[in-house]
Design a protein around this ligand. Sequence first.
Ligand SMILES: COc1cc(/C=C/C(=O)SCCNC(=O)CCNC(=O)[C@H](O)C(C)(C)COP(=O)(O)OP(=O)(O)OC[C@H]2O[C@@H](n3cnc4c(N)ncnc43)[C@H](O)[C@@H]2OP(=O)(O)O)ccc1O
Length: 278
Amino acid sequence: MSQAAETPQGLPAPSDDQVRALLPPSLQVERHGEVAVLRLTRAAKRNALNDPTVLGIETFFSTPPAGVKAVVLDAEGDHFCAGLDLSELTERDAFEGLEHSMMWHRAFARLERGRLPVVAVLKGAVIGGGLELASAAHIRVAEPSAFYALPEGQRGLFVGGGASVRVPRLIGVHRMADMMLTGRVVGADEGQALGLSHYLTGPGGGLAKALELARAIAANSPVTNFAVLQALPRIAEANPAEGYLMESLMAAVATGSTEAKERMQAFLQGRAGKVQGR
Ligand SMILES: COc1cc(/C=C/C(=O)SCCNC(=O)CCNC(=O)[C@H](O)C(C)(C)COP(=O)(O)OP(=O)(O)OC[C@H]2O[C@@H](n3cnc4c(N)ncnc43)[C@H](O)[C@@H]2OP(=O)(O)O)ccc1O
């Protein structure tokens, strides 16, 4: 498996600067070795998601920069994301609403089912579309300031970025119905207990923890990471017989990979087991 030296189309993977040139001002890319930090930079609007930002997320995860093995999704300011930019939807009719929701689905699917593991740093508001974005990440690290809500009912809306599929898988349909019907605010402790976050740090500790996790993930075999991202969600949804078959197929691919051979040899010979992905 390629380490993103090239795109799936066989073209050279873009440099950091080439990717930056494709992104809107509301998104910034910062490089930490094999980890890229993709940051929402619309703090003045509490990182509310407008169309350019959502399309930029799709662009980044469609053609991530060369050499990136894991991504941290971070946000400028005190809030992760206040959800949909409400100033955008007021003039749209139902058909445009359908297209808009499907555009969000495409972007967040690129994030969730791409080849790069994504660790999100949650703080302050993780509201509406902000929770939809967060729930597409593979690991969520929350700071004590994080709070979650689905106030779509108060705005006359319905979730449109995949939350009705992803969030019930985290907390159950009954709790999702509670959040959607009441619009109530779920604090960081409750969010951690419910499963909205994987880790809860001390104040301001989210980015450091996310970078630590992302570096550990980047050091894994990309074959294993790819299997976790692509196969695990499908195995979890399959019936047991299909699940076991998919597991065996992924185990076979991993076992046969150069990556596995080199890593196991390195372990057995007492060498550091880090090799380039194939
Ligand atoms: C239907 O098809 C869909 C739907 C969707 C997804 C839907 C949703 O996400 S619904 C939820 C929308 N979000 C909200 O209702 C949250 C609104 N914001 C707040 O409650 C607060 O701003 C806060 C996040 C708690 C922060 O409070 P505070 O720090 O006091 O900041 P403010 O003074 O309130 O705001 C500062 C500044 O930001 C602007 N702003 C905040 N949130 C939004 C927003 N969501 N949209 C636009 N602008 C926002 C606010 O107006 C202020 O602006 P100024 O110019 O006045 O400074 C998905 C896809 C579909 O197809």
